[in-house]
Write a protein that binds this ligand. Structure first.
Ligand code: BES
Ligand code: MN
Ligand code: ZN
Length: 489
């Protein structure tokens, strides 16, 4: 997979600073002390750097902020980029610095004078994440990111830790590409093919077609796709890096490649955003990619339900009653509440087949979660204090917002149907919670489980700290860390 920016690490050679073109990056902490690299730049620029560092403007900068000094005298570079960062930055500060550098990058090469600065691998990760662009469908000249060369005191060691961060970045980019891709390109077939291609990096990938799903009695899943010309599929990805025989952890994703609402058709304005309704499946795929690339010592299965929700003569009608794989019947009041129908069957299948030690499902499930939490936090619903706490902690450590919301029997009661075991929508109120209650009916009591509603965070119209406008890849880093901390320790 092409990375948005090429990053190298090499030994420090300050004699190259004067003659290097492109942009030269120096780091200065709160105390204003100049390290060897910064001292060299200061000397070449006849103390311009020191004047900036002593200014009020510099004092006002936060850790990770970057300011350019254009066309410095005494240097071949087009700019010196001054980064305010202490010698021992936190992970978040280092990544922020990298992300801000990405925004200053343009088409120039960077020479990053990191020396003995802490966490250069995290600076590189922030740089890569923010340098991402989705320009697959732009013709003509594409903007070409320059490369970045980090001069560090221990290049081999840094390159090694940067490699495991590159596995994370590649997982995030995989998720973003899938989520950004339009629905005429990312059909269910195309999605499955992209997942099957991950066999090359060591994942086991199995594709269940409609015949197989019919035999498994996955009628709630199949009912969502029956109006579409694209076939419904379930893809099972397995990574067995842990102990043989240890129960796997299960990740399940909603993969609605396009959500028109079906016969309960959505309004036209903004419907194009529903290309991202496979975001949950995208996150599952990205995490599996990262786990394989970094050869995680854990057993993890990722299952995605790939389906298109279209209106047609064969589409599900409001009022139809379908039977889930579990055996419970569902009255489909609103065909636009389709994500839960997809997840119900795939989650049940995941538990029946894999007897997982725990399960997390991710889905762009409800518009109501945007009303509650906006773009800042995903909604977390869980039957386990333990698992939800661990997930939220991992998300926080990775700068990905997550907030727990309640489940309770009184909400579950809102799903009562006159003709079937349940209906697929509650009322107008607490829409994200009733959706989660619906899912919980398909979770076995002894399986620790979280449902993560990512409708607000999977894709945004404005840029975020680590992504340009569009898909964010939210959750890949949080889940990767959760697995690393809880299941590989
Ligand atoms: N895919 C949507 C939820 C969504 C909304 C995702 C906005 C991203 C941004 C989901 O399938 C849906 O349509 N949910 C309905 C549920 C309702 C019919 C109970 C909703 O939120 O309006
Ligand atoms: Mn819908
Ligand atoms: Zn949907």
């Amino acid at each position: 997979m092409p990375m948005p920016i090429e990053i190298h690490f090499k030994d420090v050679d300050l004699d190259l600073v004067a003659e290097t073109g492109g942009k030269v990056v120096v780091f200065v902490g709160d105390n204003g002390r100049l390290d060897a690299g910064a001292r060299r730049v200061n000397r070449l620029t006849r103390k311009a750097l020191a004047r900036f560092v002593e200014s009020e403007a510099f004092a006002k900068l936060s850790p990770g902020d970057v300011r350019p000094m254009a066309y410095p005298a005494g240097m071949a570079a087009v700019a010196v980029l001054v980064v305010k960062l202490d010698k021992r930055p936190s992970v978040q500060e280092a990544r922020k610095a990298g992300a801000q550098l990405a925004k200053q990058l343009g088409e120039d090469d960077l020479l990053v004078l990191a020396g003995t600065l802490g966490r250069p691998d995290e600076i590189a990760l922030g740089l890569a994440l923010r340098a991402y662009e989705f320009d697959t469908h732009k013709t003509g000249k594409k903007s070409q990111s320059g490369s970045a060369t980090f001069m560090v005191s221990a290049p081999e060691e840094v390159a090694k830790s940067a490699r495991s961060n590159a596995a994370i970045a590649e997982g995030v980019f995989f998720t973003r590409d899938l989520t950004n891709e339009p629905a005429n390109v990312l059909t269910t077939d195309d999605f499955a093919a992209r997942l099957a291609a991950m066999q090359e990096i060591g994942l086991d990938v199995e594709i269940l077609d409609e015949d197989a799903l019919t035999k498994l009695c996955m009628r709630t899943l199949l009912s969502v796709g029956q109006g579409s010309d694209s076939p419904t599929k379930v893809v099972v990805m397995s990574w067995n890096g842990g102990k043989k025989g240890d129960a796997p952890f299960a990740l399940v994703g909603k993969g609605v490649v396009f959500d028109t609402g079906g016969i309960s058709l959505k309004q036209a304005a903004g419907m194009e955003e529903m290309t991202m309704d496979m975001g949950g499946a995208g996150v599952v795929a990205g995490v599996m990619r990262t786990l394989a690339l970094r050869k995680a010592k854990a057993n993890v299965v990722g299952l995605v339900g790939l389906v298109e929700n279209m209106p047609s003569g064969s589409a599900t009608r409001p009022g139809d009653v379908v039977k889930s794989m579990k055996g419970d019947t569902v009255e489909i009041i609103n065909t636009d509440a389709e994500g839960r129908l997809v997840l119900a069957d795939v989650m049940w299948y995941a538990q029946e087949r894999f007897k997982p030690s725990g399960m997390i499902n991710l889905a762009t499930l409800t518009g109501a979660i945007l009303v509650a939490l906006g773009h800042e936090n995903a909604g977390v619903f869980s039957n386990s204090d333990d698992l939800s706490k661990a997930l939220i902690k991992s998300a926080e450590a990775e700068g990905e917002g997550a907030w727990r919301l309640p489940l309770a029997p009184a909400y579950d009661a809102l799903l009562k149907s006159k003709v079937a075991d349940m209906k697929n929508v509650g009322g107008r109120h607490a829409g994200s919670i009733t959706a989660a209650q619906f899912l919980q009916r398909f979770v076995k009591d002894d399986v620790p489980w979280c449902h993560v509603d990512i409708a607000g965070v999977a894709s945004t119209k404005t840029e975020t700290a680590y992504a340009p406008a569009g898909a964010t890849g939210w959750g890949v880093m949080a889940l990767n860390r959760l697995i690393a901390d809880k299941y590989e320790a």
